[in-house]
Design a protein around this ligand. Structure first.
Ligand code: CUK
Ligand code: CUA
Length: 663
């Protein structure tokens, strides 16, 4: 049933009518004379005229009213969305779907001065592999830190599927503080998920390789190639992953896909789905079937069930081996000790989502039309009784499928991911059908399907991965947009659609084109759980959280200190000058710039750019930066502020002079 505008507007209608009257005047030429004099609009006749002029239906206006957030008013939720191949994280407000920020994570980002000579270079270096800089990433799954299964608003973790890395973002300043590279595998997918108290950040591999990434011929795939579940220990006090306290569990060379941590009753367990349990390795040039057909032969693949607390104990008891510096629990040990089991899952599945109460695990069939709901208590009792149907060729026990499930939901073509609301409903993204399927967790029956545009991948719900989802909103993260927006060349924007789930029927409120892609997952957190600071402590180094030992807290302390061929410049930055503003060094000198912003006012940001040397940093209020480089190019190089900080911003400049050798 359509809500009439009169109802939507309620008492505010007359007021709105008056406000839009002025706007409508500008469109007079387009107005049809004698436009509706009566109807649902009551007092707001000018609104009706405006609607006609713009070709809007009542449903459009209702959606607009539900999502419009006036300037100065704030959104109710915040989305942290994967920025896909950009390697970054997108921050959007809900319901407005306005882009608030792009957090620089795995790739340099000029505006934030991320990766251009300052302290952030050290963070990026954490993701180097074999001493090589990896210049991009494919971010898939942002996950917020949790306390007792609820988002606590403190940290965000994301994985880089392409290069097997995990990053830690501190939501105190929305800055990436750490990148760790998985030493065992080169790609991941089931990550970066957390357990309900964020003891670990979990990252499971995608494409099997010999652990440690050493060479072994592909003909030895079954013997030498492996998957892995990484448990990165998170030190909340330090706000960093501690690799020395982390461990991994070896997995068979099935292509592990998505994973989720148990919660409440299933806390302490991790569930990982997989495809290609056929272990197809391709060989298209030799006339063998490609991986895609080899991997889709069987009707069933395996859901991996891992008791991580037990695995953690086994590692502590010295049952792990060490590969490339990482403790790895062999799968044989894990299986024999009852920490690892498998259960069938149809068919090349995708999505693996634990229900808010922790009792169920939902796996999307992808090539099967069902979503399968596993019952944790059944799985647990089968494992406890050692009641197995058999073992796989690696000796891992297999539970009987029929005895492990609560049931199956007939979803449609291409079910992928599932999220939950506060009323006992689940929402599954259905890729091929391009719909969101809403189903009841009581009777496992689909109650409604909503067409989305188009080819939905992930789906996300407000506080959806917590023990107490909010309901209200679901976001369809669509892979294609086709006709939804103005064409921008052959690479189309991807399309987030905000869906209102409060009514009798789901309704799309707004399309949000995403110009950076390909986004995968996202999470939505209530805004009042976040408490980011608006400035740094005077002289704070964002990467230590402390006043930097090189901080310069007054222009009186600004100085240039030469020590042999090393030149340390202690610099202050405040509207609208640098002290010092002339730096002269000799060709070949090592130059260390230590600069502190003396600003304390909110949003009073400077930048520092030095051309020729690829130096570019952002100096938010209070922030301290250290920059080091070799002055190997003689000449005269202006340095200057890069943020329009004041009327004299362009005057905020200085000179860096490099005297040539023998000059
Ligand atoms: S995956 Cu992208 S649509 Cu990496 Cu979570 Cu399913
Ligand atoms: Cu400082 Cu512009």
């Amino acid at each position: 049933m359509q809500v009439t505008i009169g109802k939507v507007l309620g008492l505010g209608g007359a007021l709105l009518g008056a406000t839009v009257a002025a706007a409508a005047c500008e469109n007079k030429a387009e107005q049809k004379p004698g436009a509706a004099q009566s109807g649902a609009l009551g007092a707001s006749q000018s609104l009706k005229q405006l609607m006609e002029a713009r070709g809007l239906t009542e449903a459009d206006v209702e959606a607009a009213l539900k999502t419009y957030v006036p300037g100065g008013k704030h959104d109710e939720y915040m989305i942290f969305a994967s920025g896909g191949h950009s390697g970054q994280v997108l921050v959007l407000g809900v319901p407005s779907m306005r882009l608030l920020k792009v957090i620089a994570v795995f790739a340099p980002e000029p505006w934030q001065g991320y990766g251009y000579g300052g302290e952030s270079d050290k963070v990026l270096a954490g993701g180097d592999q074999n001493g090589k800089r990896i210049g991009w990433a494919d971010v898939h799954h942002p996950n917020l830190s949790e306390t007792k299964g609820d988002y606590d608003g403190k940290f965000l973790f994301v994985n880089d599927k392409a290069n097997g890395r995990v990053a830690v973002i501190d939501l105190g300043d929305f800055n990436t503080k750490q990148i760790v590279a998985n030493p065992l595998v080169g790609s991941d997918h089931g990550g970066a998920f957390v357990d309900p108290n964020t003891e670990y950040v979990i990252e499971t591999s995608q494409y099997p390789v010999p652990l440690g990434r050493d060479y072994a011929p592909i003909t030895e795939y079954k013997e030498k190639y492996r998957g892995v579940a990484m448990f990165w220990k998170f030190d909340r006090e330090k706000g960093r992953i501690d690799p020395a306290q982390s461990f991994a569990v070896e997995l068979p060379p099935y292509t592990q896909d998505l994973a989720d941590a148990g919660k409440l009753v299933s806390d302490g367990w991790v569930f990982i789905n997989s495809f290609n349990t056929e272990m197809a390795v391709g060989g298209t040039l030799e006339g063998k079937p490609p991986i895609e057909s080899g991997a889709s032969k069987n009707d069933m693949d395996y859901l991996h069930i891992l008791d991580w607390r037990k695995a953690e104990r086994l590692v502590k008891d010295g049952k792990a081996t060490t590969i490339k510096g990482m403790r790895v629990l062999p799968m044989k040990v894990a299986a024999d000790e009852g920490a690892l089991a498998l259960v069938g899952e149809p068919k090349s599945p995708h999505g693996c989502d634990v229900t808010p109460d922790g009792t169920g695990i939902v796996v999307g069939g992808k090539l099967d039309t069902h979503a399968t709901v596993y019952e944790f208590s059944k799985i647990k009792s089968l494992i406890d009784q050692k009641k197995f149907e058999g073992k796989d060729e690696y000796g891992i026990p297999i539970l009987a499928f029929k005895e492990s499930i609560r049931g199956q939901v007939e979803i449609g073509l291409g079910p992928l991911h599932t999220v939950f609301d506060d009323k006992g409903f689940a929402y599954t993204s259905v890729f091929i059908e391009s719909v969101v399927a809403k189903w009841s967790m009581k009777d496992l029956k689909v109650t409604e399907k909503l067409s989305v545009h188009y080819n939905i991948g992930h789906i996300m719900a407000a506080e959806g991965d917590t023990v107490s989802p909010d309901g209200k909103y679901v976001v369809a993260m669509n892979k294609m947009s086709m006709d939804r927006f103005t064409k921008v060349g052959p690479l189309f924007p991807q399309n987030f659609q905000l869906v209102d789930t409060t009514g009798e029927q789901m309704r799309i409120l707004v399309d949000a084109p995403i110009g950076i892609g390909e986004p995968h997952y996202s999470q939505m957190i209530k805004i009042d759980k976040l408490a980011p600071h608006a400035a740094y402590k005077p002289g704070e180094n964002p990467y230590t959280g402390k006043v930097d030992p090189h901080a310069v807290l007054s222009p009186k302390d600004a100085r240039i200190v030469r020590n042999g061929t090393t030149v340390d410049v202690y610099m202050t930055v405040i509207r609208s000058h640098f002290v010092p503003d002339r730096i002269e060094v000799d060709e070949g000198d090592t130059v260390n710039l230590h600069m502190t912003s003396l600003e304390s006012a909110e949003d009073q940001v400077h930048g520092f750019a030095l051309n020729m040397y690829d130096v570019n940093v952002s100096l938010e209020p209070g922030k301290h930066e250290n920059i080091s480089f070799k002055a190997d190019v003689p000449g005269v190089f202006p340095f200057f502020c890069t943020e329009f900080c004041s009327a004299l911003h362009l005057e905020m400049a200085g000179y860096f002079l490099v005297k040539p050798k023998g000059g």
